[in-house]
Design a protein around this ligand. Structure first.
Ligand code: SF4
Length: 215
């Protein structure tokens, strides 16, 4: 699993890093719709949604998971848009920050590797210790779970208990995976209830939520 890289230098501050990421144009020549990095992060949230890359709809709106995948993901997590889009509650950090383009065989191309090389190490170094990283789909599984990733998404997700308490691997919530969900009912029966409980626990522990509840 991805070790917490500790650099000799002082980690950058999230507030300094985010404008640099949003201004990134490093691989724009390869992006059919141009660069538009989509990310949500703050130094306060303790929960990460580690996704894949924006699709065309998210590229257009600039809002992460602003699509049917996001509706399903929020349902799995048991949170509404208000909580999901509160950067003090949830960090949303895909493997690629910009829409990578369409694959000839259908679906989107893999997230651009440049993002990972340029930004991910620095970004995760800058975040405070996260209570849970929800690892969404094959590309994020590979990066965050490293050598402990299994041969397929199904096997990795089936082994979800192995990665706790820091990581919880899940499939991508894309409508393209509806058949996978039908074939693997154990996921919504066993993993989703755990995910909801864990998310509720983490957000419930969050000072902003406690304040909201008048504590
Ligand atoms: S995909 Fe990543 S590396 Fe490429 S321009 Fe966007 S933010 Fe920069």
């Amino acid at each position: 699993m991805r070790s917490n890289h500790v650099s000799e230098d002082k980690p950058e501050k999230i507030a300094d890093l985010l404008p640099k990421i949003r201004a990134c144009r490093a691989c724009e020549a390869f992006l059919p719709l141009g660069a538009r990095p989509v990310i949500q992060a703050s130094g306060r949230a303790r929960l990460v949604v580690a996704g894949q890359a924006p699709g065309t709809r998210v590229h257009a709106s600039g809002i992460p998971f602003d699509d049917p995948s996001g509706d399903r993901l929020r349902d799995w997590m048991g949170v509404g848009p208000e909580t999901f889009y509160d950067p003090c509650m949830i960090n949303i950090i895909p493997m690629g920050f910009c829409y990578p383009g369409r694959a000839p065989q259908g679906g989107d191309l893999p997230p651009r590797k440049e993002c990972q090389h340029l930004w991910h190490g620095r970004l995760f170094d800058a975040l405070p210790q996260q209570s849970l990283i929800i690892v969404v789909g094959a590309y994020a599984h590979k990066y965050h779970l490293g050598q402990s990733v299994k041969r397929s998404v199904t096997e990795t997700v089936m082994s979800w208990r192995e990665y706790l308490p820091r990581y919880l691997p899940i499939p991508h919530p894309s409508p393209r995976n509806t058949l996978w969900l039908r074939r693997n009912p154990w996921f919504e029966k066993n993993v989703v209830p755990y995910l909801r409980l864990k998310v509720a626990q983490i957000l419930g522990e969050h000072p902003a939520t406690l304040k909201h509840l008048g504590e």
